[in-house]
Write a protein of this length. Structure first.
Length: 367
């Protein structure tokens, strides 16, 4: 059971992660909560007395999502000034937060009831780097399976246009073009065709529902207004044509998908981003076991791949890794990325996972 020190510490961990990802507004807010939050409000008391593991539960971003929803609704001008970066003094931020928590208690408490489901289209650019590696090894056709799809915005990966260091992928007439700041060599110009995209989530969100769309907007960090524009454009793409997203336990769903017949000439690929750390260990282990077993059955005609973008505690960034079968099946690092895909470093400087490691340890920080 967590205690007050641990719960305040979760905000310091979040502050470190925000600072490492060029998010000073949330960094300052996290530092202010860690330093000055009191039990003088019902919200403050619930945060400080949080019974679970606060970082794993994404406690800071549960709170910040609720606060951002107030800002987007125009409910508090002083809080909006904090979110706009116009207030930087910690004491002033603490005073504003304490007042807001008291005045907007009824609106904020429900945001603590469930984890944020951040769904960021920019992460698709990082994932594309892993998919390109899979296509380089096994051929262009990819059958894509995503776990932890949330509202399914990354299930649009076959409909986005990407500029990956000058190498272009995706439809030329795509409504959304994702262009991360690029470091290292351009992405290889490898033929790649995503023939199908399916996803699951234990609690999927319908992005076409205006209430859900507003909730997704609230989880966008305030430093990057362009992200908000892109999320709304991606939601509009779903309104025009939906995605294949179902409610399911990740292990149940992957086991069932791996048992399905696989077309010759296409690589079946498991994909996920900022998801693994939130899976209960029994679920994660079942997925490892299922992927190893499917890897042993993989053939040149029916390969299997695994691509992920997951956080690394030491780096404070995301590591993009890929593995595939047939072959030795070990993890290869193909690059690193900003948490929301603002930049991608394709130099592969993070190094490869150690031999025998099924999936690297992830920092338990929700981004």
């Amino acid at each position: 059971m967590a205690d007050e020190k641990t719960n305040r510490g979760a905000f310091l961990i979040q502050q470190h992660y925000c600072d490492a990802n060029a998010a000073p507004i949330y960094g300052r807010m996290a530092g202010a909560v860690a330093a000055g939050l009191t039990r003088g409000t019902a919200v403050g008391a619930r945060v400080l007395d949080w019974p679970g593991e606060p970082t794993r539960d994404a406690l800071p971003l549960r709170l910040f999502g609720g606060l951002h929803a107030l800002v987007l609704a125009g409910a508090d001008d002083a809080l909006a000034a904090v979110y706009a970066g116009r207030v930087t003094d910690q004491a002033a931020i603490i005073a504003t937060l304490e007042r807001v928590l008291a005045e907007h208690e009824a609106a904020l408490l429900p945001w603590l009831d469930g984890p944020p489901q951040t769904n960021e289209p920019g992460r698709s650019a990082a994932l594309m780097l892993g998919l390109i590696e899979i296509a380089r090894r096994h051929g262009p056709k990819i059958e894509l399976l995503e776990i932890g799809s949330s509202a399914g915005l990354n299930l649009l990966i076959d409909r986005y246009r990407f500029d990956l260091g000058g190498t272009m992928y995706g439809p030329e007439d795509a409504p959304v073009t994702i262009t991360p700041a690029w470091k290292g060599p351009p992405a290889p110009a490898v033929p790649l065709e995503i023939v199908s995209v399916r996803g699951c989530d234990v609690n999927p969100l319908d992005a076409t529902d205006p209430t859900v769309a507003a909730r997704l907007a609230a989880y966008v960090w305030p430093e990057t207004r362009e992200r908000l524009t892109r999320v709304r454009a991606a939601i509009a793409m779903q309104v025009e044509r939906g995605v294949d997203l179902v409610q399911a336990d990740a292990a149940d769903w992957i086991e069932a998908r791996l048992a399905e017949p696989q077309a010759a000439g296409a690589t079946r690929v498991l994909m996920h981003s900022v998801v693994w750390q939130y899976l209960p260990e029994p679920v994660a282990e079942r997925i490892r076991v299922a992927m190893r077993a499917a890897g042993e059955r993989a053939t040149v005609e029916r390969p299997l791949g695994w691509v992920m973008m997951e956080p690394d505690r030491a780096l404070g960034h995301q590591v993009i890794r890929a593995r595939s079968w047939p072959g030795e099946g070990g993890w290869t690092s193909v690059g690193t990325s900003h948490a929301h895909g603002a930049w991608v470093d394709a130099s592969g400087a993070a190094g490869d996972a150690a031999p025998g490691v099924d999936l690297p340890e992830a920092a338990r920080v929700r981004v």
